[in-house]
Design a protein around this ligand. Structure first.
Ligand code: DOR
Length: 436
């Protein structure tokens, strides 16, 4: 039985673009895709949503979301973060493990997945590579993988110890035989070079008198992990690449046939370290905002396929935390609600390429592509995003669904707005409003 009809959009997925209406059945799957679906004879229980002038795509997948639960519920919860995701057009998100306690065991992973059951979008969780994300001993990745955890990272920090990282890769290769991807994702940052730094090391850090984090803190770890991946056969995903050198390293590794993937955050292709000039900690983030040349290189990486996904690194922090002096405030910025609009406004790329970066390419990294990012055809799960690519609006962090307000784009005029988000057949966002 059809329960929902989305009318009037241009459908865009990995197979191409066409004008079509989409009917969704009460089993949460797509029932029909056709140029003109007439809902009038289908009975009063069928909801019809107007999508005229909009693009209807598979829902987006964020590989990098900090949900702060357990431990920092004053900044975000699984529920509030998932509401931000739905409003941003996401149908699946991947929780990062730097919670308190860290997601480094099946018990904590289970807790987050259970909280995700009531969320507005599908919540997946990463698991930590090392116990407590402390970088000293390996976490029980096998028991987490048995729960369905597919990506492991110590995000918030990189694994510093070379030998331990090699062992993690060997462990991950051993787990792969169980029929699902096991990806090791790295927050590439060498503590020995980054320690004490609070922004990009360069002309701006000198001018502002803020200790810097050099590009090499990231690039040396990218280099090491590429070498270890070559040695072990592990699949490595590079998180939030921020420097021109990192992009070039990944470009060359891919050209040499290494099966690695990479993401870039919205802020690393839209903001530079000049944004720190006012000492406003809203612009403090890790890895830090870099130079205009780095931003150009990240954009080039997104354009030529070196970078597979746009990720948000949605990192909520309370106002109290962010109002501290720059060197004391925690790094991180919100991203889920603004990623699509920033990509559409700032990237000079075809629409299909932008949606690929937001939807099916990240879905493939996690092996979720049969459920999220899948072609829009009868039988596919109805995880969908409908957005108006021409709608203009002004970012207002005070209207965010997040518990936090640390969005660095306050007042910025952007183009492209999510109208409806459908998760498992349920319209969780209608006309830009979350339904629960
Ligand atoms: O800016 C960041 N914030 N970078 C990280 O790696 C962690 C994140 C957070 O959890 O706030």
């Amino acid at each position: 039985m059809t329960q929902l009809v989305l009318r009037g959009a241009t459908v865009l997925d990995a197979t191409g673009e066409r004008r079509a209406d989409v009917a969704v059945g009460d089993d949460g799957r797509i029932a029909a895709v056709a140029p003109d679906i007439d809902a009038t004879g289908m009975g009063p229980a069928v909801r019809v949503l107007d999508a005229a002038g909009c693009v209807l795509t598979p829902g987006f997948v964020d590989l990098h979301t900090h949900l702060r639960e357990p431990g920092k519920e004053e900044a975000e919860t699984v529920e509030s973060g998932s509401r931000c995701a739905a409003l941003g057009g996401y149908t699946a998100i991947l929780a990062m493990p730097n919670t308190t306690p860290a997601i480094d065991s099946a018990a904590v992973a289970r807790l987050v997945l259970d909280l995700g059951e009531k969320a507005l979008v599908d919540v997946h969780t990463s698991g930590a590579i090392t116990v407590g994300r402390e970088g000293a001993s390996l976490a029980p990745m096998g028991e987490m993988a048995a729960l369905g955890v597919r990506l492991f990272t110590d995000d918030g920090a990189g694994v510093q110890d070379d030998r331990l990282m090699r062992r993690a890769m060997e462990y991950a290769v051993g787990l792969r035989g169980r029929g699902q991807p096991v990806v090791l994702a790295q927050h590439c940052e060498l503590d020995s070079l980054a320690e004490g730094g609070h922004m990009n090391e360069g002309a701006w850090s000198s001018r502002l008198g803020i200790p810097g984090i050099p590009a090499e803190a990231e690039e040396l770890m990218v280099m090491r992990d590429l070498a270890l991946a070559r040695r072990t056969g592990a699949v490595v995903h590079f998180q939030h690449l921020s420097t021109a050198g990192s992009v070039e390293l990944v470009r060359r590794a891919k050209a040499a046939g290494l099966p690695c993937t990479a993401e870039a955050t919205t802020h690393h292709f839209t903001l530079t370290d000049a944004a720190c000039a006012g000492y406003d900690a809203t612009f403090k983030v890790n890895p830090p905002l870099r130079t205009a040349d780095d931003v150009a290189a990240v954009r080039e990486g997104l354009a030529d396929g070196t970078i597979d996904c746009i990720a948000t690194d949605h990192a909520p922090h309370t106002q109290e935390a962010k109002e501290q002096p720059f060197d004391q405030a925690p790094p991180g910025m919100l991203g889920l609600e603004t990623a699509l609009a920033l990509a559409l406004t700032e990237l000079d790329l075809p629409l299909a390429r932008i949606v690929a970066l937001l939807s099916w390419q990240p879905a493939r990294v996690l092996g979720l592509d049969a459920v999220h990012g899948a072609p829009i055809e009868p039988g596919a799960p109805a995880n969908l995003c409908v957005f108006d690519p021409a709608a203009t609006w002004t970012v207002d962090p005070d209207r965010s669904a997040s518990r936090s307000r640390n969005n660095p784009y306050r007042g910025r005029a952007v183009r492209g707005r999510v109208r409806h988000t459908v998760v498992g057949g349920e319209p969780v966002v209608i006309d830009g409003e979350a339904q629960r």
